[in-house]
Design a protein around this ligand. Structure first.
Ligand code: M6P
Ligand code: ZN
Length: 178
Protein backbone atom coordinates (compact mmCIF):
# COMPACT_ATOMS: atom_id res chain seq x y z
CA UNK A 1 0.00 0.00 0.00
CA UNK A 2 1.24 3.52 -0.79
CA UNK A 3 0.72 6.65 1.34
CA UNK A 4 -2.43 8.58 0.48
CA UNK A 5 -4.77 11.23 1.79
CA UNK A 6 -8.52 11.65 1.78
CA UNK A 7 -10.83 14.63 2.08
CA UNK A 8 -13.63 14.73 4.64
CA UNK A 9 -16.77 16.72 4.06
CA UNK A 10 -17.57 17.32 7.73
CA UNK A 11 -21.04 18.76 7.21
CA UNK A 12 -22.12 15.93 4.94
CA UNK A 13 -20.02 13.38 6.79
CA UNK A 14 -18.59 12.02 3.54
CA UNK A 15 -15.12 10.91 2.46
CA UNK A 16 -13.91 11.23 -1.13
CA UNK A 17 -12.19 7.84 -1.07
CA UNK A 18 -14.21 4.94 0.16
CA UNK A 19 -13.72 1.34 1.17
CA UNK A 20 -16.64 -0.34 2.92
CA UNK A 21 -19.82 1.60 3.55
CA UNK A 22 -22.30 0.33 6.17
CA UNK A 23 -25.84 1.65 6.38
CA UNK A 24 -27.94 0.61 9.38
CA UNK A 25 -31.67 1.22 9.21
CA UNK A 26 -34.15 1.05 12.07
CA UNK A 27 -35.40 -2.45 11.24
CA UNK A 28 -31.80 -3.81 11.10
CA UNK A 29 -31.15 -2.77 14.71
CA UNK A 30 -34.55 -2.22 16.36
CA UNK A 31 -33.78 -4.90 18.97
CA UNK A 32 -31.15 -2.71 20.65
CA UNK A 33 -33.76 -0.18 21.80
CA UNK A 34 -35.90 -0.88 24.83
CA UNK A 35 -39.17 -0.24 22.98
CA UNK A 36 -40.45 -0.94 19.47
CA UNK A 37 -41.89 1.99 17.50
CA UNK A 38 -44.38 0.82 14.83
CA UNK A 39 -44.14 4.16 13.01
CA UNK A 40 -40.35 3.76 12.63
CA UNK A 41 -40.85 0.11 11.58
CA UNK A 42 -43.00 1.37 8.73
CA UNK A 43 -40.72 4.27 7.72
CA UNK A 44 -37.49 2.32 8.37
CA UNK A 45 -35.19 5.38 8.46
CA UNK A 46 -31.40 5.24 8.27
CA UNK A 47 -30.10 5.46 11.86
CA UNK A 48 -26.39 5.62 11.00
CA UNK A 49 -23.83 5.24 8.22
CA UNK A 50 -20.17 4.29 8.49
CA UNK A 51 -17.74 5.23 5.71
CA UNK A 52 -14.49 3.28 6.01
CA UNK A 53 -11.22 4.13 4.30
CA UNK A 54 -10.03 1.54 1.77
CA UNK A 55 -7.77 -0.36 4.19
CA UNK A 56 -7.58 -4.13 4.70
CA UNK A 57 -7.87 -5.81 8.10
CA UNK A 58 -4.14 -6.55 8.46
CA UNK A 59 -2.25 -6.33 11.73
CA UNK A 60 -0.04 -3.23 11.58
CA UNK A 61 -2.51 -1.16 9.58
CA UNK A 62 -4.84 1.44 11.06
CA UNK A 63 -8.45 1.59 9.94
CA UNK A 64 -10.00 5.04 9.87
CA UNK A 65 -13.56 6.04 9.21
CA UNK A 66 -16.22 8.64 9.50
CA UNK A 67 -19.58 7.87 11.11
CA UNK A 68 -22.82 9.80 10.71
CA UNK A 69 -25.36 8.99 13.44
CA UNK A 70 -28.63 10.73 12.66
CA UNK A 71 -30.70 12.55 15.29
CA UNK A 72 -33.88 10.94 16.52
CA UNK A 73 -35.48 8.82 19.20
CA UNK A 74 -37.25 5.48 19.54
CA UNK A 75 -40.07 6.63 21.82
CA UNK A 76 -37.84 8.61 24.22
CA UNK A 77 -34.56 6.69 23.76
CA UNK A 78 -31.96 8.45 21.60
CA UNK A 79 -30.70 6.89 18.36
CA UNK A 80 -27.51 4.92 18.95
CA UNK A 81 -25.10 2.43 17.35
CA UNK A 82 -25.18 -1.33 17.99
CA UNK A 83 -21.98 -1.20 20.02
CA UNK A 84 -19.22 -3.78 20.12
CA UNK A 85 -16.13 -5.14 21.81
CA UNK A 86 -13.12 -5.77 19.62
CA UNK A 87 -12.51 -9.42 18.71
CA UNK A 88 -8.83 -8.79 19.40
CA UNK A 89 -9.65 -7.33 22.79
CA UNK A 90 -6.28 -5.74 23.46
CA UNK A 91 -6.92 -2.95 20.93
CA UNK A 92 -7.94 0.66 21.60
CA UNK A 93 -9.89 3.17 19.51
CA UNK A 94 -9.95 6.96 19.13
CA UNK A 95 -12.90 9.13 18.12
CA UNK A 96 -12.74 12.81 17.18
CA UNK A 97 -16.05 14.68 17.26
CA UNK A 98 -16.73 16.77 14.14
CA UNK A 99 -20.40 17.76 14.34
CA UNK A 100 -23.29 17.33 16.81
CA UNK A 101 -23.18 16.16 20.42
CA UNK A 102 -23.50 12.80 22.03
CA UNK A 103 -22.18 10.21 24.41
CA UNK A 104 -19.88 7.25 23.92
CA UNK A 105 -21.03 4.57 26.37
CA UNK A 106 -18.02 2.50 27.41
CA UNK A 107 -18.19 -0.71 29.41
CA UNK A 108 -15.97 -3.62 30.42
CA UNK A 109 -16.84 -7.28 30.91
CA UNK A 110 -16.18 -6.72 34.63
CA UNK A 111 -19.08 -4.27 34.73
CA UNK A 112 -17.31 -0.89 34.70
CA UNK A 113 -19.35 1.73 32.87
CA UNK A 114 -18.36 5.24 31.69
CA UNK A 115 -20.42 7.62 29.54
CA UNK A 116 -17.98 9.95 27.72
CA UNK A 117 -19.08 13.13 25.94
CA UNK A 118 -18.35 13.57 22.27
CA UNK A 119 -18.67 16.93 20.47
CA UNK A 120 -16.67 18.93 17.89
CA UNK A 121 -12.94 19.10 18.71
CA UNK A 122 -13.27 16.58 21.53
CA UNK A 123 -11.21 13.38 21.33
CA UNK A 124 -12.54 10.24 23.03
CA UNK A 125 -10.04 7.55 23.95
CA UNK A 126 -11.48 4.04 24.26
CA UNK A 127 -8.87 1.82 25.94
CA UNK A 128 -8.39 -1.89 25.12
CA UNK A 129 -11.09 -4.21 26.56
CA UNK A 130 -13.85 -1.54 26.65
CA UNK A 131 -17.01 -2.08 24.58
CA UNK A 132 -18.29 1.13 22.95
CA UNK A 133 -21.65 2.41 21.74
CA UNK A 134 -22.35 5.96 20.51
CA UNK A 135 -25.56 7.89 21.25
CA UNK A 136 -26.68 11.06 19.46
CA UNK A 137 -28.22 13.36 22.09
CA UNK A 138 -28.40 16.38 19.75
CA UNK A 139 -30.84 17.49 17.09
CA UNK A 140 -28.33 17.36 14.22
CA UNK A 141 -26.26 14.51 12.76
CA UNK A 142 -23.49 13.38 15.10
CA UNK A 143 -20.42 13.10 12.86
CA UNK A 144 -17.14 11.71 14.16
CA UNK A 145 -13.83 10.43 12.86
CA UNK A 146 -12.55 7.14 14.26
CA UNK A 147 -9.33 5.16 14.09
CA UNK A 148 -8.38 1.71 15.41
CA UNK A 149 -6.00 -1.19 14.65
CA UNK A 150 -7.26 -2.64 11.37
CA UNK A 151 -7.21 -6.25 12.61
CA UNK A 152 -9.31 -5.51 15.75
CA UNK A 153 -12.61 -6.93 14.44
CA UNK A 154 -16.13 -6.29 15.78
CA UNK A 155 -17.68 -8.57 18.44
CA UNK A 156 -21.41 -7.76 18.43
CA UNK A 157 -22.51 -11.05 20.02
CA UNK A 158 -21.24 -10.18 23.50
CA UNK A 159 -23.13 -6.89 23.46
CA UNK A 160 -26.30 -8.63 22.23
CA UNK A 161 -26.04 -11.06 25.13
CA UNK A 162 -24.98 -8.64 27.90
CA UNK A 163 -26.50 -5.38 26.67
CA UNK A 164 -25.13 -2.08 27.95
CA UNK A 165 -25.60 -1.25 31.63
CA UNK A 166 -27.31 2.04 30.92
CA UNK A 167 -29.41 3.69 28.23
CA UNK A 168 -29.86 7.35 27.30
CA UNK A 169 -33.33 8.95 27.31
CA UNK A 170 -34.90 12.35 26.75
CA UNK A 171 -37.19 12.96 29.71
CA UNK A 172 -38.64 16.10 31.29
CA UNK A 173 -36.66 18.27 28.87
CA UNK A 174 -33.29 16.74 29.78
CA UNK A 175 -30.84 13.96 28.95
CA UNK A 176 -30.94 11.05 31.40
CA UNK A 177 -28.50 8.12 31.57
CA UNK A 178 -30.13 5.25 33.43
C1 M6P B 1 -17.44 3.74 14.91
C2 M6P B 1 -16.39 2.68 14.94
C3 M6P B 1 -16.71 1.62 13.92
C4 M6P B 1 -18.12 1.12 14.11
C5 M6P B 1 -19.11 2.28 14.07
C6 M6P B 1 -20.56 1.87 14.30
O1 M6P B 1 -17.35 4.42 13.73
O2 M6P B 1 -16.28 2.15 16.22
O3 M6P B 1 -15.78 0.57 14.02
O4 M6P B 1 -18.45 0.15 13.13
O5 M6P B 1 -18.75 3.21 15.07
O6 M6P B 1 -20.70 1.14 15.48
P1 M6P B 1 -21.15 -0.41 15.49
O7 M6P B 1 -20.18 -1.15 14.59
O8 M6P B 1 -21.05 -0.80 16.91
O9 M6P B 1 -22.52 -0.46 14.93
ZN1 ZN C 1 -14.43 -0.36 17.92
Amino acid sequence: MKPFNVFFDVLEGKMNLLGNKTVRRYNDIKGIFCEIDPKLEKENPVIYEVFEAPITEKEGDLMFLITVLYPGKVKNEFFMTKGHYHVIENTAEIYLGLRGNGLVLCQTREGDFEPIEISPNKVVYIPPYWAHRTVNTSSEPLVFFGVYPAHAGHDYKSVELEGFKKRVFFENGGIHIK
